[in-house]
Write a protein of this length. Structure first.
Ligand SMILES: NC(=O)c1ccc[n+]([C@@H]2O[C@H](COP(=O)([O-])OP(=O)(O)OC[C@H]3O[C@@H](n4cnc5c(N)ncnc54)[C@H](O)[C@@H]3O)[C@@H](O)[C@H]2O)c1
Length: 313
């Protein structure tokens, strides 16, 4: 069986059940052939309908054991890792074997996420990080290298939203703050991570944009500008550094159930998603892991909507 360039040996069926009106199997498979030698011989769990197990990788259980997955031996850094999408991504990377540096302005949040990873048997360290400060970002990359010996994956998730005011009512200070964290913060991360990843033998960066990086809406002009800018930075960096072994992609989440958005906003967002609900952070993390993984080895410079169909309108 071949999926995305992997050749698998069929393994045991772990579980089967109905998903909607389709029967879905979870099958443990052994990787027989892949360009990245360190995946060969590993067991991975894939699931989907019986004739198309190329459905989805399984990343989404908080209880799944930490350890020996497709990021084994790799070092990852997640900004904004103390909450929401960043926290879910840090846990998922650790579950797949990565050593994870969790960075966040909220040091307590970063510590909690790193502790959760370690208590589950994974490898993690935490730092206080302000992505709006270039020195702080450089220090975090240095901390990842000194704790774990390199850097292969950067996930740039730290962000703030400023919603509510019309463009004419947003102050210069508010506009500058959103830009400094969301857009310039991503720029600082790229500047620090790219050389570290090249020196570590290559890897991938995933920047977190938004559906608001692809389309616009009212009363979010600074956020929308910053998220469109992140896609521009992603494309530019991919053109300049992919040939040196650093793939750079962006994920554009739709509404996601994190502390960033209130219950009221969540309810208002649901009708925008043809799938009929907003996302869980783990569903965004799964897309981030895909883009960071060898399964996406020929993908660079894309802005992937993970938005329940929002931008198909
Ligand atoms: N939740 C959504 O609906 C949604 C939708 C699209 C995109 N996003 C994007 O996803 C990313 C993660 O957001 P989330 O929903 O998980 O929100 P969240 O508020 O749960 O997490 C954001 C994290 O970023 C941290 N942070 C803020 N400023 C920082 C700084 N200067 N330096 C370092 N860390 C900082 C916060 O402390 C927080 O832990 C953001 O970039 C956000 O714009 C979220």
């Amino acid at each position: 069986m071949c999926i995305d360039g992997f050749r698998f040996a069929w393994g045991r069926t772990e579980a089967a059940g109905w998903k909607g009106d389709e029967l879905e199997y979870a099958v443990a498979v052994e990787v027989l052939e892949f360009r990245t030698a360190d995946l060969i011989g590993r067991t991975m769990l894939v699931f989907g309908p019986p004739r198309n197990v190329a459905g989805r990788w399984k990343f989404d259980s908080e209880d799944a054991p930490m350890g020996d997955g497709m990021f084994a031996g790799k070092v990852a850094m997640v900004t904004g890792g103390g909450s929401g999408i960043g926290r879910a991504t840090a846990l998922a990377l650790a579950r797949e074997g990565a050593s994870v540096l969790v960075g966040d302005l909220n040091e307590a949040g970063a510590n909690e996420a790193a502790t959760a990873i370690r208590e589950a048997g994974g490898k993690a360290a935490a730092v206080r990080l302000d992505v709006a400060d270039g020195q702080s970002v450089a220090d975090a990359v240095a901390a990842a290298r000194s704790a774990f010996g390199g850097l292969h994956v950067g996930v740039n998730c730290a962000g703030v939203t400023l919603a509510g005011d019309l463009l004419l009512d947003v102050s210069e200070a508010q506009f500058d703050q959103v830009m400094a964290i969301n857009l310039k913060g991503t720029w600082w991360c790229l500047r620090a991570q790219i050389p570290a990843i090249i020196e570590s033998g290559g890897g991938a960066i995933v920047n977190i944009s938004s559906t608001m990086g692809l389309v616009a809406g009212p009363r979010s002009s600074s956020y929308i500008a910053s998220k469109h800018g992140i896609i521009g930075l992603t494309k530019a960096a991919s053109i300049e550094y992919s040939s040196q072994g650093v793939r750079v992609n962006a994920v554009c989440p739709g509404g996601t159930a994190t502390p960033m958005i209130s219950d009221q906003v969540r309810a208002a967002l649901v009708p925008l998603h043809p799938i009929g609900r907003i996302s869980e952070p783990e569903e965004i993390a799964a897309a981030i892991l895909f883009l960071a993984s060898p399964a996406a080895s020929f993908i660079t410079g894309v802005a992937l909507p993970v938005d329940g169909g929002w931008t198909s309108h």
